[in-house]
Design a protein around this ligand. Sequence first.
Ligand SMILES: [Zn+2]
Length: 155
Amino acid sequence: MYHPLTHLRTISNPNPHLRPTTEHCNAVRCNAATKSGKKFCTNHVAQHDYVKEIEKKIKAREAELKQVDANAELPEDSHLISEVRAMLWQDGRISAPGLSRYINVSSEQATALLRYAEKRGLCELKLSKRSPKKLVANALFPNGGNNLTLLGGLS
Ligand SMILES: [Zn+2]
């Protein structure tokens, strides 16, 4: 079956006879050749600056989840609150179970995160009319233009 990504290799190397310049891995005691000018080979990919940056963010997120579990305050530039804000921006409203699925946190953590977001004025929380045990957050800021409830219920 045709898929446009199948042909990316051909697009990225328009002249197969042109020899790529060979770079070598920058890791200590590794001299493996790398492709496409990469600084590290596949065995040392974790030494890339961007991979380290991502690892740092993952660790900070894990630390924040522990703070949520301990019912402690979250930092002003919280990763988790940014994720909640992004979900609210995208959909205008989100339930605790939905948030739990989308950002891969427990339902207790999702509920706590929605309460943090409410405290910061990002949303208002209500219990769902259809399933009264389900907490639903409505964004209190304008989003990409598809949240009509924010405009006073135009739909
Ligand atoms: Zn290497």
